[in-house]
Ligand binder design. Structure first.
Ligand SMILES: [Zn+2]
Length: 296
């Protein structure tokens, strides 16, 4: 069966991992993590799945690999990485390329197998990059894109901090705030433009998700056409998360149990004034359109 593909897009540190975890608690929804990184980080490097096991030892992904490709091999992963470099580029944005059908077919096959193994009608790919969504759309997968936006000064503060990757203890990539601001604008404009290519695009503000998780998630589930269900894993602003087989992504994918959803406003004190002003200027007027005025 062809599953509904829910693609979470947005610049990193905007709350895509949290949203994926919450969507993953809905019946019939299988969260897969950042599938774009599965090839290098999961198959080739053997980094852990969200369930805590190394990717090659995770029974879910092992079965998905068997069904989809007759098993994961370095040759397959290497091929996908090569195809990605050719067709899945921000500067190309899904333009026709001889290798596009092969690239998209790999994803289509993976999504189908994952939905079958999970017994789910929908899969979530939180790869984030607009360029992959363009490829999927051009290749006929027709994802429902959820554009996750967050106050750009908070995003810039997050990218400027030193954070260790739980996978290997190395620091996560850091960007200076001006660079984050430029990427924030580019990714969000590209995700918005997907709608003009015929994709369904639904925007979710991270701040709304944190302030009113039940209402925001319920409205999104309706938009996505998911079967009606309660949200028993949400009590006020506490989410009770179960383990998920997310192949790659932000450290938040490993958390299990009650998690308090609270807004991190550390940027107000932590991001120097001059840099706040720089980010605010570089992300104008898009941030105003998303409801992040000067006093937000
Ligand atoms: Zn797993």
């Amino acid at each position: 069966m062809t599953p509904r593909v829910i693609f979470l897009g947005g610049l990193g540190r905007s709350g895509t991992t949290l949203l994926e975890r919450l969507l993953g608690e809905l019946p019939g929804v299988a969260p897969l993590g950042e599938v774009v990184h599965l090839w290098e980080r999961g198959v080739l490097a053997g980094e852990p799945c969200g369930c805590g096991r190394a990717f090659p030892d995770c029974p879910f992904w092992r079965e998905v690999g068997e069904r989809a490709f007759g098993g994961w091999t370095p040759a397959l992963a290497g091929r996908v990485v090569t195809l990605r470099r050719r067709v899945d580029r921000t500067r190309r944005l899904g333009r026709a390329h001889a290798d596009l059908p092969e690239y998209v077919e790999v994803y289509r096959t993976l999504y189908r197998a994952a939905a079958d193994v999970a017994g789910a009608g929908s899969v979530v790919d939180s790869s984030k990059h607009a360029s992959l969504a363009y490829c999927l759309l051009a290749g006929g997968v027709d994802p429902h894109v959820v554009q996750v936006v967050r106050e750009p000064r908070a995003v810039a503060h997050s990218w400027a901090k030193t954070v260790e990757r739980p996978e290997d203890g190395r620091p996560m990539t850091r960007w200076p705030p001006g660079r984050t601001a430029v990427h924030w604008t580019a990714q969000n404009l590209a995700l918005e433009a997907l709608a003009r290519r015929g994709a369904q695009v639904t925007r979710v503000r991270y701040e709304d998700l944190i302030a009113a998780p039940g209402d925001t998630l319920g409205a999104l589930a309706d938009e996505l056409g998911l079967p009606p269900s309660g949200l028993p894993f949400l009590r006020g602003t506490t989410a009770h998360l179960t383990s998920a087989h997310t192949a790659s992504g932000n450290p938040m994918r490993f958390g299990v149990g009650p998690i308090e959803l609270s807004r991190d406003d550390g940027w107000r004190l932590g991001l120097p004034r001059r840099q706040q002003s720089l980010v605010a200027a570089l992300t104008w007027p898009l941030r105003a359109r998303y409801g992040y005025g000067s006093a937000a």
